[in-house]
Design a protein around this ligand. Structure first.
Ligand SMILES: [Fe+2]
Length: 235
């Protein structure tokens, strides 16, 4: 008996091509030689494994600052479920997020843009999904930011997400976007995905039922690891 899981192939057009010239990072990192499939071993298909004990409840709250003061910005909830390609809840999945502050500035030494920082906002959080694959983050809506040397191309507000799923084979790096933002239609990364329905899987859905009355906007964002309905991967 083996714990190995069979994985479905992605549907054509639902993932960004390795080379998307407008998305400049892909020019450097896209493969230049033909690829070949590596044989899978149990190492890739059975781990790593996570549990609720690997994180604290405070780690899914990005708003309560290290100094006890709240981050500045539009309070929001990002709430959803993680499922595998067959719709089964992905329980005990590590989900990590990182994002810019409300002024579109990252708390990172590489972000040297002249925009306001927020000492009460680190911009990173993590959680482990429960038995139903559910996760929930409290954060602030990130601001848009310009990409250097790009002719004033601005990234729309977005939240970066990393997931593991059942194993390294279901590892996913992606981003979530906000519904209705005019910059979405101009985003080189989002628009690099050919299939419109697949692009829509990266856009959160406004959902007051997951928000907090008179406190925080609610957005639902479900994620699918691998397969025909997979959430597209974008770096
Ligand atoms: Fe970003």
């Amino acid at each position: 008996m083996t714990d190995e899981i069979e994985y479905q192939e992605y549907e054509p057009g639902t993932q960004p091509p390795y080379l998307t010239p407008r998305y400049k990072s892909t020019v450097i990192r896209s493969p230049k030689k033909p690829q070949y499939k590596l044989p899978r071993t149990l190492t890739e298909t059975t781990g790593p494994l996570f549990s609720q004990d690997d994180v604290t409840a405070a780690e899914c709250d990005l708003v309560t600052g290290a100094n006890g003061a709240p981050a500045i910005g539009q309070l929001m909830i990002m709430d959803g479920v993680v499922t595998d390609e067959d719709g089964r809840p992905a329980a005990n999945t590590l989900i990590e997020i990182w994002q810019a502050n409300s002024a579109g500035k990252y708390a990172h030494v590489m972000d040297t843009r002249d925009a306001p920082g927020d000492p009460n906002f680190i911009g990173a959080g993590r959680a482990v999904t429960d038995e139903d694959g559910h996760y929930r983050f409290t954060t602030i809506k990130p601001g848009a930011y310009p990409v250097p040397n790009s002719g004033n191309y601005w990234r729309p507000p977005h939240i970066h997400i990393s997931l593991y799923g059942h194993s390294f084979m279901s590892r996913m790096i992606t981003q979530s976007y906000f519904p209705g933002d005019p910059l979405n239609d101009e985003d080189h990364i989002l628009q690099g995905i050919p299939d419109a329905a697949a692009r829509d899987r990266l856009v959160m859905k406004l959902d007051p039922s997951v928000g907090v009355d008179e406190h925080a906007l609610g957005f639902r964002h479900n994620l699918v690891l691998r397969g025909r309905r997979a959430t597209p991967m974008v770096g």
